[in-house]
Design a binder for this molecule. Structure first.
Ligand code: M6R
Length: 610
């Protein structure tokens, strides 16, 4: 949530900052801004409400801001509405210090009131402004920027990643973090900070991750990192495997469509390195593969679409392992007294690896004695670093706010983990069939993606419906949750997903002539029961889009106006194929409605506030 970029180098900072902000815009896009310090110590700030394009035109309509050091920010508003004043960077009243900030300062009101009593006036409604006003207040007293930074850090509570500039230190940028991601990039033409690695890929792939309470002092030639006791620390550098092109649209109209089309490859990259000699090999678990022997329950904890993967996991892993598996919303997990301890395994799923609620759940689980295994897409992210074991989905950078390829790779990896554990428990039937199906999966996904016109045609028939129900049983219910979320988040159509058998316990009263129902019936053992549910809604006037496999297409199509027919695969992998028509339907509906598909309103890619 919100994006930070900073540059200290040997070329003009503004183009570098704008390039970085463009790549970060998916993290928040209600306002954007930059601050630059010129070599003679002049602090210049430009910021504006709206998309980055507004800031770009503001900057192009005037004399270029000159300076080889700068910070930039793209915002997802928490405190204060999206407007010019609340946009970052924020500047102190002495106009000496500028700050960009991600996260939330929880005690900002108390600090604000105490500074106001000292005669300091505030111009914005943000929590961030207290940081910069407090910094300037201490700086005025001590005349030492680092002293002031450490004093501020001891005073503020909450989560933050920050970039700081001071006009008295024209070649220097300061970066700090606590519970919000921030990394440092080492380039040939200077050094960088960024909240997200995608902002740096066109400049460098060599990075180091700032840890909580560390403070970095960055110039064009040097990076020094200090711990909370102000001792200098040596940090390991990492080379990011993603390349810059992976974060470009590559000729597609939207990142979402590109990422949908990348799914065969993303799944192949996630699956194939983990298959050897006809077996699933999870090297990441090394000797710990046997932990499953002592586990009596599993919690799968995640948010949004990753939680929907957890729902699929609940059905699938319970069946494979014969132990209780619960899918939990991360935002509820730590407040719901889960039964943790050594015999509970907690699986955290997160694309970004930075979702604050998932991170908090992870910490709670560890604190209470459970091992945490995470399924994460972003290497080196906070969740990956704090987990006992990490399985990476090799989906590459995912830019569209609506997740697609991260979702399918999370699902395939979770299922592989289930099969791997089941074999350890010596209760795995059909192992060889599943391995064969895993190998064939990328080709099957390609088949689902073959006829985009079909999805386009169905979407153009239904895009003006204002209410859509998804229904299904077992894993189809979990798939419906994801289909419905995809539609809601990018097309703004109100939609709900129901376990098909539950509809008649209340919700069926909402079905009236013309209501659109997407009926999912890919789970073979329950196709006939699903058919009865379709008949129930049809007889109340619903229009039905049915989805099933080739084998049962005739049964379902007898009742549906339109059909998504997917190839068959092994039943445990079937939902991976099932989600793709739902992604494409949502995409084309949103396209027909003229929505901003990659940057839906009010959303951001990675949610780093509670
Ligand atoms: O980065 P994460 O996987 O932890 O993100 C979790 C959710 O915020 C995310 O899946 C969200 O629901 C997506 N926008 C859905 O498309």
């Amino acid at each position: 949530m919100c994006g930070i970029i900073g540059y200290a180098g040997k070329t003009e900072a503004v183009p570098v900052l704008l390039d970085g902000l463009e790549r970060l815009e998916y993290r928040g896009y209600d306002s954007a801004g930059v601050a630059v310090v010129s070599s003679d110590g002049k602090l210049q700030v430009r910021k504006s409400r709206g998309r980055l394009a507004v800031l770009r035109s503001l900057l192009s309509g005037e004399k270029p801001l000159s300076g080889e050091i700068g910070i930039g920010h793209t915002r997802w508003a928490t405190h204060g509405e999206p407007n010019d004043v609340n946009a970052h960077p924020h500047v102190g009243q002495e106009n000496k210090i500028a700050v960009v900030h991600n996260g939330i300062i929880e005690n900002y009101l108390e600090i604000k009131n105490s500074l106001m009593r000292k005669g300091i006036s505030f111009s914005s409604d943000t929590d961030t402004e207290v940081i910069v006003q407090l910094l300037e207040y201490y700086y005025k007293k001590d005349s030492n920027l680092m002293d002031a930074v450490y004093r501020v850090l001891s005073r503020i509570k909450g989560a933050y990643a920050m970039g700081i500039l001071c006009s008295d230190y024209p070649g220097q940028m300061v970066a700090v973090r606590k519970d919000a991601p921030l990394l440092i990039g080492f380039g040939d033409d200077g050094n960088y900070i960024a909240s997200d690695v995608t902002a740096l890929l066109s400049h460098t792939r060599t990075v180091t991750y700032l840890e909580d309470d560390e403070v970095a002092v960055i110039t064009a030639d040097t990076v020094q990192i200090y711990d909370s006791d102000r001792c200098c620390t040596e940090k390991e550098k990492h080379v990011i495997e993603w390349d810059a092109a992976a974060a470009e649209k590559g000729g597609y109209a939207h990142f979402m469509l590109k990422e949908i089309m990348e799914q065969p490859e993303a799944v192949r990259k996630t699956v194939s390195p983990r298959l050897a000699d006809g077996k699933i090999l999870l090297q990441e678990l090394e000797d710990a593969g046997n932990i499953i022997q002592n586990i009596s329950r599993i919690y799968i904890v995640a948010c949004g679409s990753a939680y929907h993967v957890g729902m699929i996991g609940k059905y699938t892993l319970e069946k494979l392992l014969h132990i209780p598996v619960e899918a939990c919303l991360a935002s509820e997990f730590r407040y719901s007294e889960p039964i943790l301890g050594e015999t509970a395994l907690v699986i955290v799923i997160s694309q970004s690896g930075e979702t604050l609620d998932s991170m908090a759940a992870l910490r709670e689980a560890k604190k209470r004695g459970s091992k945490v295994l995470s399924i994460v897409n972003v290497m080196g992210s906070s969740i990956a670093r704090e987990s006992d074991f990490v399985l990476y989905t090799w989906a590459g950078p995912e830019i569209a706010v609506a997740t697609t390829k991260a979702y399918t790779t999370q699902m395939v990896l979770l299922i592989m983990l289930g099969v791997f554990f089941a074999r350890k428990l010596k209760q795995m039937e059909e192992y060889d069939r599943i391995i064969e199906a895993l190998i064939a999966l990328p080709e099957k996904i390609k088949e689902v993606l073959k006829d985009l016109n079909h999805y386009q045609k169905i979407a153009s028939r239904y895009f003006n419906h204002n209410r859509v129900f998804y229904m299904g049983r077992n894993v189809d219910y979990a798939l419906g949750l994801e289909g419905s979320l995809k539609l809601k988040e990018i097309s703004y159509i109100h939609s709900e997903s129901y376990a098909a058998g539950e509809l008649k316990h209340g919700t069926i009263s909402l079905i009236e002539p013309g209501t659109l129902v997407v009926a999912l019936a890919t789970y073979a053992p329950l196709v006939e029961k699903s058919l009865s549910n379709i008949v129930e809604v049809k007889s109340r006037g619903a229009e039905v889009i049915g989805m099933t496999t080739e084998k049962t297409a005739d049964i379902i199509s007898s009742q549906a106006s339109e059909m998504f027919v997917i190839p068959r695969t092994h039943p445990v992998l079937q939902p991976i194929l099932g989600v793709i028509p739902l992604q494409l339907f949502a995409y084309y509906v949103a396209l027909n409605r003229g929505c901003d598909i990659d940057k839906p309103r009010n959303l951001a890619k990675s949610v780093t506030v509670e």
